[in-house]
Design a protein around this ligand. Structure first.
Ligand code: UDP
Ligand code: MN
Length: 307
């Protein structure tokens, strides 16, 4: 029996529609992630890549001294977290081995240089004691400018709006543009607030994760025992006065240091590079890199007068 031509045409159109329908179904099943789960929260609109993106390499830069127990938790945790997001990365633990007070910002400057020479095109400035828990915190290459992962909205301890400490992701060119971080901050605090001013003056916007379903209790774990890990809050010489001001002189370009040695350390099969770093201090510019020297001087003066 002859099939009329219009029925044949109809059959072809129907087959085309059916194939298109099947294709659409498979695309939505296998390629588009279920909404609300894999959305990147920082910056909004970005999505997690299903495979490793070899066009970017993240350098995780950890300023470090005497926090071995925290490192034992941090290393496997962060490697697992980044691998789940399929992020190519290298981890640098910048271990301060000189006799001066801890200098978080200078160590980050050193770590940045090492990360860039290892091929990284963006870094995460990362405290060793702050572990990301919510899998929606994205460590991907930022689509806009900087991404402050440890947002004051979710950080367990710091809730002021200009806070940019804890964990901050920044592109190589942006870090260079602001001349990195100030080298004047020996001891605890304020170096991240000075960095915020650098970013602001350079017109660099900071984006942050939003609409997370977790809160200040469970977005991060801050492994910080305040009694055991005392913060070095001493202020000596004119430190207080100088560190309240924006530093237009020091930074990435003049950070003075010597790398003493490098070691690959594996913790539960997660490997990090330990970089033993000796910072140098210009005692004329920042005499407060050793507060105890002033105390000793004061004591000997007093003893001298007493005699
Ligand atoms: N840090 C360190 N040893 C020190 C002081 C600080 O390793 O003696 C590093 C470590 O990565 C830590 C970060 O600097 O997470 C920030 O210091 P801290 O945790 O004391 O400050 P917080 O931001 O919790 O007040
Ligand atoms: Mn801490």
């Amino acid at each position: 029996m002859m099939v009329p031509p219009f029925i044949r045409t109809f059959k072809y159109i129907f087959m085309c529609l059916f194939v298109t329908f099947l294709l659409a179904c498979s695309i939505s099943l296998f390629l588009i992630p279920p909404s609300g789960k894999e959305d990147c929260r920082c910056p909004s609109g970005q999505t997690l890549t299903p495979t490793f993106d070899n066009s970017h390499l993240l350098g995780v830069v950890v300023p470090f001294r005497d926090r071995f127990e925290e490192l034992l938790e941090f290393a496997p945790h962060i490697v697992k977290f980044l691998t789940a997001q399929k992020i190519n990365h290298k981890i640098f633990i910048i271990n301060q081995v000189d006799q001066y007070r801890f200098n978080r910002a200078s160590l980050i400057n050193v770590g940045f240089k090492l990360a860039v020479s290892a091929g990284c095109d963006y870094i995460a400035m990362h405290d060793v004691d702050l572990l990301p828990l919510n899998t929606n915190l994205s460590y991907h290459y930022p689509t806009t400018t900087l991404c402050h992962i440890a947002s004051p909205e979710y950080h367990p301890r710091y809730h002021y709006n200009s806070f940019v400490g804890g964990i901050l992701i920044i592109k190589k060119e942006d870090f260079i543009r602001v001349n990195g971080m100030s080298n004047k901050y020996w001891g605890w605090g304020l170096e991240d607030d000075e960095f915020f001013v650098r970013l602001k003056e350079a017109g660099l916007n900071v984006s942050r994760p939003t609409n997370l379903t977790t809160g200040i209790e469970n977005t991060f774990r801050h492994i910080h025992d305040r009694v055991w890990r005392k913060r070095d809050m001493a202020k000596c010489f004119n430190q207080k006065e100088v560190t309240r001001r924006r530093d237009r002189l020091t930074g990435l370009r003049d950070v003075a240091y010597t790398i003493r040695s490098k070691h690959q350390l594996s913790v539960d099969s997660s490997t990090v590079t330990i970089v033993n770093t000796e910072l140098r201090c210009n005692r004329t510019v920042t005499p407060w890199c050793l507060c105890s020297a002033e105390k000793k001087k004061e004591t000997s003066n007093r003893q001298g007068k007493g005699r």
